[in-house]
Design a protein around this ligand. Structure first.
Ligand code: TYM
Length: 336
C-alpha cells in the first residue's frame, strides 16, 4: 500500500446517507470538497453508521449509500485522487469510537444541539447511539489525523467537541491526534428551507428542499413557490433579520454563481421577486444538471461503484489502522 503524501494537509468529511442528498449538503459541504485533491490529501465517506441512530429501512439505506457514492463522483471527486469510502467498511471507526466514548463527558454530549433537536423529533427512540454520536464523529476525523473538516455551519459544534476530545487525549498520552479545524464556507454554510426560511433546509421538509437528483421542472416549481418576505418592498436586498426568505435565495444564488450580494442587488434592481425567484431556480438547475446526468450514468454501473468502495476502504483502513494501533498502545491494551 502506498504511503499517503505526508507533506500535504489532510481534508476529511462525510455525509449521512439517511436521505437523498440536497442543495444544503451540496453548498454547505460537497462543493467545498471539489478541486482540492492536488493541494490536500482528501478523504470523503458515507457516514452510514451514524444513520442508524434513527431507524432506517435496510434496503433503502444500502441503495442510498451507493447512490451517494455515485453523486460524490458526479460532483467532481475523482476516486483516483480522493479516498472515497463507506464508513462501515472500515472497522476502525467503531473501534476508535468506543475508545473516545470513554474520553467524552456526559455533560459535553448533553449540550449538543443536534442531540436536543433529534431527540425532540424522535421521542420514541432516544437511544444511546444518538447521544454518543459525536464521539463516533470525533473518531471519524481523528483516525485520519485530518487538518481540515469541510462542513456546513450545523456541524461546527461537533467539530469543536472533536478538538476538545483530541486535546484531552493528547494531554494524557502525548501527541497522538492532530487537532483539526472546521472549514466552513462563507456563503452556503446555512441554507434554509425554501418554504420555511426560519428552518434549515433538510430532507424532513421535502417541499422546501431541493434534491440533487430532482427533475428541473420540480426544482423550478419549488423556487417559484419559495417564501419571500411579507414586506411590501418587493426588492431584492440582503437583510437576514427582516428578509430571511429573500436573503436565503440570495445566499443560494451567490453560492452557485459566485456573485456578491451587491452584484445580485444591482442585477435585480427594479425587477422584484417575480423575476428573481425563477432566475435562482434556473441557476440551481444548471449547476445540478451535469451532476444528475453523470450520477445517473454511473449508477448504471454498479460493479464500478462497488469497486470504488472496495479500493477506498482499503486505502482508508491503511491510514486508520496506524492511528488505532497507536491509541490501543497508549491506553494499555495488550498487543495481539
Ligand atoms: P449531515 O449528513 O447532516 O450533513 C452533511 C453535510 O451537509 C451540511 N448541511 C448543510 N449545509 C448548509 N445548509 C444546510 N441546510 C445543510 N444541511 C446539511 C452539514 O453541515 C454537513 O457538512 N455528523 C455529520 C456527518 C459526519 C461527519 C463526520 C462530517 C459524520 N462524521 C466527520 C464531517 C466529519 C452529519 O450528520 O452531517
Amino acid at each position: 500500500m502506498q504511503e499517503p503524501n505526508t507533506t500535504k494537509k489532510r481534508m476529511l468529511s462525510g455525509i449521512q446517507p439517511s436521505g437523498d442528498l440536497h442543495l444544503g449538503n451540496y453548498l454547505g459541504a460537497m462543493k467545498n470538497w471539489i478541486g482540492l485533491a492536488d493541494e490536500f490529501d482528501c478523504f470523503y465517506f458515507m457516514a452510514d453508521m451514524h444513520t442508524i441512530t434513527v431507524r432506517q429501512t435496510p434496503a433503502d439505506l444500502r441503495r442510498r449509500t451507493l447512490e451517494q457514492m455515485a453523486q460524490y463522483i458526479a460532483c467532481g471527486l475523482d476516486p483516483e485522487k480522493n479516498v472515497l469510502f463507506v464508513q462501515s467498511h472500515v472497522h476502525q471507526h467503531a473501534e476508535l469510537g468506543w475508545v473516545l466514548n470513554c474520553y467524552t463527558m456526559f455533560g459535553e454530549l448533553s449540550r449538543m444541539t443536534q442531540f436536543k433537536d433529534k431527540s425532540a423529533k424522535n421521542a420514541e427512540n432516544i437511544n444511546g447511539g444518538l447521544f454518543t454520536y459525536p464521539a463516533l464523529m470525533a473518531a471519524d476525523i481523528l483516525l485520519y489525523q485530518a487538518d481540515l473538516v469541510p462542513v456546513g455551519h450545523d456541524q461546527k459544534q461537533h467539530c469543536e467537541l472533536t478538538r476538545d476530545i483530541a486535546q484531552r487525549f493528547n494531554c494524557i498520552y502525548g501527541d497522538v491526534f492532530k487537532v483539526p479545524e472546521p472549514y466552513i464556507p462563507k456563503t452556503g454554510a446555512r441554507i434554509m428551507s425554501l418554504n420555511a426560511p426560519e428552518s434549515k433546509m433538510s430532507k424532513s421538509m421535502p417541499e422546501g428542499c431541493v434534491f440533487l437528483m430532482e427533475k428541473p421542472e420540480d426544482i423550478q416549481r419549488k423556487f417559484k413557490r419559495a417564501i419571500t418576505d411579507s414586506d411590501t418592498e418587493n426588492c431584492v436586498r440582503f437583510d437576514l433579520e427582516n428578509k430571511p426568505g429573500v436573503s436565503n435565495l440570495m445566499s443560494i444564488y451567490s453560492a452557485v454563481t459566485g456573485r456578491t450580494y451587491e452584484q445580485i442587488e444591482s442585477e435585480f434592481s427594479g425587477l422584484g421577486y417575480g423575476a428573481f425567484k425563477p432566475a435562482v431556480g434556473e441557476a440551481v438547475i444548471e449547476t445540478l444538471r451535469p451532476i444528475r446526468e453523470e450520477a445517473t450514468r454511473l449508477l448504471a454501473d454498479k460493479a464500478y461503484l462497488e469497486n470504488v468502495c472496495r479500493s477506498g476502504a482499503e486505502k482508508a483502513s491503511y491510514v486508520a489502522e496506524k492511528t488505532l494501533r497507536k491509541v490501543y498502545k497508549k491506553v494499555g491494551f495488550l498487543p495481539r
